[in-house]
Design a protein around this ligand. Sequence first.
Ligand code: AMP
Ligand code: ZN
Length: 476
Amino acid sequence: MRVFNTITRKKEEFKPINNNHINMYVCGPTVYDLFHIGNARTFVVFDVVRRYFEYKGYTVKFVQNFTDIDDKIINKANENDEDIFKVSEKYIWEYYKDAENLHIKRATINPKATENINEMIFLIDELVKNDYAYESNGDVYFNISSFKEYGKLFGQDIKTLKAGSRIQINKDKKDPLDFILWKKAKDGEPYYESPWGNGRPGWHTECCAMIGKYFKGETIDIHGGGFDLIFPHHENEIAQREVLINKPLANYWMHCSFLNINKEKMSKSLGNFFTTREIVEKYSGNILRFFLLSSHYRNELCFSEDQLVWSNKSLSRIFNAYKFLDIYEEESKVKNIKERRYIDDINKFKDKFIEKMDDDFNTSDGISVIFEFVKFINAYGENFTEEDRVYAKNIFNEFFSVLGIEFEEDNQCRELSEEVREMIKTRWECKRERDFSSADKIRDSLLSLGIVLEDIPKGVRVVNSKDNRIIDTILY
Ligand code: AMP
Ligand code: ZN
């Protein structure tokens, strides 16, 4: 297997530290809101990395943190006059719900920052005692000049970083690039006691302390996250850990490129995002997942609803080929079983899929192989023997399990067609004109299409009659 390693900027032969076990850590969400489909891309990509290792026979210890204390969570709690721990607890459960609907496997451990405060204080204390960090006016900073290799992940030395840095001058820091390890408590914010007074640890220390704790101080195989975490977050993790342990924090650094919308990174702060929840409700977990995996994880991916419609159609084609294998099975009971056997041909698709995935988890090319397999089944499936059919279905199941796709008998896109939208609008107009009998007729026609309308102030909620999912909320 070959993996692109951000720190060497090369695709490298993957060599695990232990023969058949992988230790990996992926930075998780800050829990102050529902996660958007940009975050979902990173989570789904690393879920596939993990699934693929498991498919290849490795056991995987997968640790992903929850940042459950942070300025954003505190602001959200203050805005709504809520307890900050209630806010973070709520969004942890919302995360689990959305992740499950996107078929993301539960991590082996999901540690919370607040459960690891002592570990973080211990780490900061070690850094201060060894002169890698200093206290200044109640805050503690890491002194980047104490780590000569600072910048090695990002690929720039300290001098270049300084020249390009737009970090504001802070009189408490010895160097503008020094980063905060411990923040002095502000009025009204939760705090913990420490040797430097009341305060709370900074975000960069969180992942570093957790990796130390949950992997017992050993170098891990893979550390992952989105592109935006390369600098400064992961650079700072390396600095804190490697000055103390004198060995790499991780052997392979993997970073997932952005999901963009209108050529900009999808992000909460730009307000250009869709939540995973709304997209899964409107389409489905399978459809969103298929779209997120349709591009290689190191390429940018552009969001548009057309792409989701394409994913829906693609999945239907794949699921239809899978279903046809059953239909052929029924038919073959009356037909003579053909002589020709297709096991070798089928195996070629499996080998090709593995070859693509072995090449830095190329899901995009892997999906192309699945399409070739579908074509093959559509052309020759009716001649398959019983054994061929079972074998082909198993191969499909293997592809699905690696990509986290769950076969659906009825892969219906939950998007409304223009025609149905028109009907809903006409019914609304009929109601406004007090023509209730026409309005009811339209409502009944929609019901026969599996669509239930629920009136709400100034509009209507459109619900799927089969599974009660909300398809859309339309306001007039
Ligand atoms: P956050 O909750 O903002 O810390 O983000 C959680 C994860 O999602 C991090 O690994 C981010 O790098 C990643 N992420 C955020 N926005 C995007 C995006 N637009 N595309 C891909 N990954 C993203
Ligand atoms: Zn992290």
